[in-house]
Design a protein around this ligand. Sequence first.
Ligand SMILES: [Zn+2]
Length: 169
Amino acid sequence: MVPVRRALRLVIDGKAEIVEADAGRLVRSQAVAVPRPAVIRLVRFVHVPRRFRRQVTNTFLFARDGYRCQFCRRPAGSLRHRECLTRDHLTPLSRGGTNEWTNVVTACSTCNTRKGNRLPEECGMQPMHVPAEPHFVHLAWAVRRLTPVQARYIRLFYGADTLATLRGL
Ligand SMILES: [Zn+2]
């Protein structure tokens, strides 16, 4: 799953070809109008830098944790007016913690403030799940709504179970 602009770049550079396009939707530039790609096939292997694959953005972090505070277990929809989801570092940055997947969890702003500069064992606040690096593809799917065409291809290549899992994320 890549943004449309990136997909077009891959197609224009000859690195991918369009398998399915959104009917009736063209992407126009000054010179050409091409179908808006829905499914592309890589013509050759495209390297994705490891630092990009491993990058933890809040969008992906919250998706990994099911949009739920890992300390008080409240989902985003149950937060109060002035609360929001935040990134908590289990080992705080000020104490040598990193931004690796294994050190960050989703926390509501209230829990994040309460935990402050302490380690989980110092304040008795343990996350619901031991944080781990998720499969990047699962994250990419989790934060985007699948189109019917994309859903068809995921069912074709990965099976109905995978599709159902992704839709439930
Ligand atoms: Zn919380």
